[in-house]
Every structure is written in structure tokens, then in C-alpha cells.
Ligand binder design. Structure first.
Ligand code: PGA
Ligand code: ZN
Length: 440
């Protein structure tokens, strides 16, 4: 089935922060006269890596400068050049868009324009083949047996750029290592989320649905971190689970956000140098069942990343994840692998802007023994694409926020559909990653 110039259209829609985003729609008729419709949305980050592909915004006053009418218009230009391509020819389509854009970081057409088309094409191809999306993506990825449900890293306490509570670490997550399957992971995660909600007396929620505790004004940065982690452990135990054994903890520090002039600021008065920061993590790991640290160091602090990686990888089995560090970019990731930075990669399709490049990063990770964590953004939509991507590539881990707010829950519900409905229908036995990705 070939694309036509009229097949691809784009529209401005809204994300979970009420900000404009791009939706691309593909409408085609196959040889049998069957109508195929596929929509795809793009998400948007708040704590972005400096080397991410460019998200094109209109600027000016309307929508606080965040309108995407230029990106929407650019999809019309893309639609013209993609006419005649076969909808299943994902790599050629993505390459054609990269060439048409012609810049290093997709700044002419916008990564939001390009990615929305890239994802809509994949969904249209799956519709055309009448298979679930994960099944089609597995074909693209050359995974014959896409039956691994990822371990969720559920973000239950929000700080950093996602909340306004003086907690510098952006995300405190629970890792459902002890569940028997995804269904049980959801039971455990939602129970702890509910218990935590009762234990935190004064709180709103942050951008990813996790609680945003209000701390005593006198609490310093270090105390805010300790109190939050203690709250998490308490909520795990009050829910009758064993902290560490059944449910572990993961951090996303998003450290570039509190790094200035070579120092990490835990609050306005307290700062640590690189070595001090690594030592601080060592302390946290001693006190709490932390098994994964994402963006523990700032993206420009290579010596810090080396120290963090060398300090924790290996015998201690701590997962060190690069997000802003690698920005899902094959070239940047390659350099990181060569320098021995981190032992896991966070994968966000909109950091790079095409599905094919995203799949390439996942392949590279697997080839070099890096763990893969598929991730949402803080500004999300109702599109559950990443759930399918995670299963299709045997990624093993998913980060999609708290089990609250529908833009997060839609992904969790999609995994439940895959585990309970789609895999059994394909006569594949679902397998849950659990503790598998962690050498603990
Ligand atoms: P972002 O946060 O989407 O705001 O970048 C998510 C993350 O840092 O993992
Ligand atoms: Zn991150």
C-alpha cells in the first residue's frame, strides 16, 4: 500500500500540560477498498537534554509561544515527498524525511513534525497488516518473539522541573521487581501509590502524576531527598511488601538541572562537587534499596559520569542510565559507549525524531550490553505507542510515570491488554521482566 500526497495530514492538538502538540493522521484505502486510519501524537519534555532534536514551536505571544502551526505546515511538505513510498518501508520513509530536513538536529522541519509522521506511518502499516502495533514493530526490529512485558519504573514522587517543592531530584520511582507478571506489578504499584497518598498529608501531584510533597520550609535539600525516600519505603512496607525484595527504588536526578559551574546544588546553600555527588549516591544506596540512577550527573560532566559508572557498575549491580547524556542519538550514544559511560540508555523517540533511529539506538544498546528503558516525556498524550515499542523490542523496562492521570495510565492499560489479550491470541506466552534487567 503506497502513500499518496493527500494521505498524510497534521493538526494541532494538546498535551497533558495543556500545551500545543502535533498529531499526524494517515488515511488510506487498501487494494480491497478497506479504509485505514492511523493517528500519532508527539510528547514533549521539560528537562530536556541540550543535544535533543529540535521541537519546532511558533514563538510569539499566542499559546505562550508554544504553538505548533509551523510544524503542522511542515507535515504538508513531508506528505508531498513521501507520496509513492510503500507504507511498510519505514526506514526509507524515515531517511527521506531526514534528507528533506537536511539539518543535524531536525531543526528545519522540526522533530515534532517528523516524528509524528514516522509513528503514524508505523501505525498505518500495522493497521494495513491487521496486526497489533507491537507485533508490527517487532517485525521492523527483527524480534521473532515479542513477549517480554517490561518492569515498570513508576514515578511516585515528583520533584525538579516537574514540581515546585524544592526537591532537586526529579523522579523517585518504585521498581516492581518482585511481581510475577505485569498484572501483579500493576496491583503492587497502585497499592503503594494509594498508601503513599494517604501517608503524604499535604501534596499535589507533579507533571508525571507522582505526589509532590510539601516540605517544612526549614527542610534543606538533603533532608527533602531523605524524607521522600523514607516516605517511599514506608509506603512499600505499609502495603505489606518488602522494600528491596519485592519493590526496589530508582532515581532520575535529571542532574543537569541543578548543576552550575561544576557543582551540584541540593539547595541554594548546599552544593557538592562531582566526587561529593558520587559519594552522596553511595550514601543513598546504603540507606535505601536504590537499584537504578538516571542522569545522576550533568550531561557535560564526563569525569563525573565515569566516576559514577565505575563506582557502581559491576559487583554492586546498580543500573546507571543515560538520558540527557545520550538523548536517544545513535552517534552520541556510540561515543558514550566508547568512553564507557553508564550501563543503560533511556529511549525517548522524540529526542531523536524518527522511529528508525530509535530502533537503532535500542539495537546498539543490546549489542553492547546496555540495558534499555523506554520512556515517556513529562508532557504526554493519549498515545500509547511507547508501550508497543517496549514489548516489540524486548526492552525490559518502561518509565511512564505514576499509575495516575490518563496520559500515563493509557500506557499501563495497553500493557495489560498486551499481556491479557493480544499475546494469548497470538499464542505467545507473556513473560514478565521483573528482576531480570537488574543484577541484584
Ligand atoms: P522530561 O522528563 O520529559 O521532562 O525530559 C523525563 C525524564 O527526564 O526522564
Ligand atoms: Zn530523565
Amino acid at each position: 500500500m503506497r502513500l499518496t500526497p493527500e494521505a498524510i495530514t497534521a493538526y494541532q492538538r494538546f498535551d497533558s500540560r495543556g500545551r500545543p502538540t502535533v498529531m499526524t493522521r494517515i488515511e488510506l484505502t487498501d487494494n480491497n477498498g478497506r479504509r485505514i486510519t492511523a493517528n500519532a501524537f508527539v510528547p514533549s519534555g521539560a528537562s530536556k537534554g541540550s543535544r535533543e532534536a529540535l521541537e519546532l514551536r511558533d514563538g510569539g505571544r499566542t499559546y505562550h509561544g508554544l504553538g505548533v502551526s509551523k510544524a503542522v505546515k511542515n507535515v504538508s511538505e513531508i506528505a508531498q515527498v513521501l507520496a509513492g513510498f510503500t507504507v511498510t518501508d519505514q526506514e526509507a520513509i524515515d531517511q527521506r524525511m531526514i534528507d528533506l530536513d537536511g539539518t543535524e538536529n531536525k531543526s528545519r522541519l522540526g522533530a515534532n513534525a517528523i516524528l509524528s509522521v514516522s509513528l503514524a506511518v508505523a501505525r498505518a502499516a500495522a493497521e494495513y497488516q491487521q496486526v497489533p502495533l507491537f507485533n508490527y514493530l517487532a517485525e521492523l526490529y527483527h524480534e521473532p518473539n515479542p513477549n517480554l512485558l517490561p518492569t515498570p519504573l513508576m514515578n511516585l514522587i515528583n520533584g525538579g522541573a516537574h514540581a515546585d517543592n524544592g526537591l532537586v531530584l526529579q523522579e523517585l520511582m518504585i521498581v516492581l521487581v518482585g511481581a510475577a507478571n505485569f498484572t501483579e506489578a500493576m496491583k503492587m504499584g497502585t497499592e503503594v501509590y494509594g498508601t503513599l497518598g494517604k501517608a503524604i498529608k499535604a501534596s499535589g501531584v507533579g507533571d508525571e502524576g507522582g505526589y509532590s510533597p510539601i516540605f517544612q520550609p526549614s527542610a534543606n535539600g538533603r533532608e527533602r531527598i531523605y524524607n521522600s525516600l523514607a516516605l517511599l519505603v514506608k509506603a512499600i512496607e505499609l502495603s505489606d511488601y518488602k522494600a528491596g525484595k519485592d519493590i526496589a527504588i530508582a532515581l532520575d536526578s535529571a542532574a543537569s538541572e541543578f548543576y552550575q559551574d561544576g557543582r551540584y546544588y541540593l539547595d541554594s546553600k548546599t552544593s557538592l562537587d562531582s566526587a561529593g555527588m558520587v559519594e552522596f549516591y553511595r550514601e543513598l544506596i546504603r540507606e535505601f534499596p536504590v537499584i537504578s540512577i538516571e542522569d545522576g550527573m550533568a550531561e557535560g560532566d564526563e569525569a563525573g559520569w565515569k566516576a559514577l559508572t565505575n563506582g557502581f557498575v559491576g559487583g554492586r549491580g546498580i543500573q546507571i542510565v543515560g538520558d540527557d547524556l545520550f538523548v536517544t542519538n545513535p552517534l552520541i550514544f556510540q561515543r558514550g559507549i566508547e568512553r564507557g559511560l553508564a550501563n543503560a540508555v533511556l529511549v525517548k523517540p522524540n529526542q531523536i525524531g524518527t522511529l528508525s533511529e530509535t530502533l537503532k539506538v535500542i539495537r546498539m544498546a543490546k549489542a553492547h550490553g546496555y540495558n534499555v528503558v523506554i520512556s515517556h516525556r513529562s508532557g504526554e498524550t493519549e498515545d500509547p505507542f511507547i508501550a508497543h515499542l517496549a514489548v516489540a523490542t524486548d526492552a525490559g523496562q518502561i518509565k511512564t510515570g505514576a499509575p495516575a492521570r490518563s496520559e500515563r495510565v493509557v500506557k499501563y492499560n495497553e500493557f495489560l491488554d498486551i499481556e491479557q489479550i493480544h499475546l494469548p491470541r497470538l499464542e505467545l506466552t507473556p513473560y514478565y521482566a521483573g528482576r531480570l534487567p537488574f543484577k541484584v
